[in-house]
Every structure is written in structure tokens, then in C-alpha cells.
Design a binder for this molecule. Sequence first.
Ligand SMILES: Cc1cn([C@H]2C[C@H](O)[C@@H](COP(=O)(O)OP(=O)(O)OP(=O)(O)O)O2)c(=O)[nH]c1=O
Length: 185
Amino acid sequence: MEPLILASSSPRRKELLQLLQIPFLVIVSDVDETLPNHISPEEAVTNLALLKASAVSSTNPGSCVIGADTVVVSGSRILGKPADRQEAKEMLLSLSGRKHQVLTGVCIKNHEKEKIFYERTEVTFWDLTEDQIDSYLDTGEPFDKAGAYGIQGFGSLLVKEIHGDYFAVVGLPVSRLSRELQNFL
Ligand SMILES: Cc1cn([C@H]2C[C@H](O)[C@@H](COP(=O)(O)OP(=O)(O)OP(=O)(O)O)O2)c(=O)[nH]c1=O
């Protein structure tokens, strides 16, 4: 079997991929994640997953590379990682008391083919007071996460309901990925 590489700097993705019980290396790509205007969220996560996998695949042509990208979609807005506390607060205020979607795109790629897919999970937040949002921001958790929250951490307390794959919200739909990998290899 080709060596497996996870093209991600995310400790969550590394931990989740370990659930598959296949050996792999982590090699981080340096990809510009700026999204073009008017791109759909589905295109955004699949394009970025492909970009991340391709960057690592080009220097490791004998390997099978996995790239992934997660965004939060609230109404017509695509929320990535907040730039600062102010933006994180705005994101959380906009998610309060509402349903949003989390999209995670995944790309599996080797030198001759690629498989790209995405998972969509619907998440509903409780109504949040400004005080609740401020104390959540104080945990420091929001800043490296799409939509400014982590469902796996203190952010779990913000979530009223979830429909779909929990692990896709955390950053990697492991169960689907395991099946796609079996078909790919
Ligand atoms: C919504 C949500 C996102 N996230 C994380 C998953 C992703 O790591 C991050 C979204 O940013 P991404 O750009 O998808 O990933 P990343 O920059 O962390 O890692 P890399 O590009 O190197 O693979 O948000 C959570 O951990 N929990 C959550 O509940």
C-alpha cells in the first residue's frame, strides 16, 4: 500500500485519522486559504481540500495524500477562522439562536487520481447572551476554528442540536473517509 500522508496542521484531524488504525505521516502544506468572492461553500471546501492535498502530493508523488477543509455556513455567509476577538464575537452573535451548516470537504489524492467529497452537518445554537459569548471567548478556544467555536470543547455548551456527522464538524468525517479510502486504494 502507498504510504499515507495527512496534509493538515490540525491536531484534531490527526487525532481523528488515528481512529482508522492505519499508519500515516503528517506533512503540512502552506496553502493560501483566501476564498474568491461568490464561490459556493461546497466549492470552497472541495477546492481548498484539493489545494491542500495537491501541494503535498506534488512533492510526495509516491504517497496517498489526504487534505480537508471546514467552513461554517450561516445564511449566505461563509465563516472561516476569525481573525481576532472582535470577528469571533460577531460570528458567535450571528450564530446565536439559529441553525447553521458545517461543511467539511475532503480530498484523497495520489499521482494518478483523486477523490473529492464533502459532508454537511446542521448545527443549532441556543440563544446566547453577550456575557455567555464573552466568557466563551475568554477560553481562547474560538480562534483557530471555523465559525469561532469548537463543538468538541467548551463550545459543546453552545450547541442545542446537531443533525449529521459530528466528526465532520470537528474537521474530518472519519467514517465516510474510511469507506472512501477503501475504495480508493
Ligand atoms: C466548527 C468547528 C471547526 N473546528 C476546526 C476544524 C478545522 O481545524 C478548523 C477549520 O480550519 P481549516 O482551514 O479547515 O483547517 P486548519 O487550518 O485547522 O488545518 P489545515 O488547513 O492545516 O488542515 O476549525 C473544530 O475544531 N471544531 C468545530 O466545532
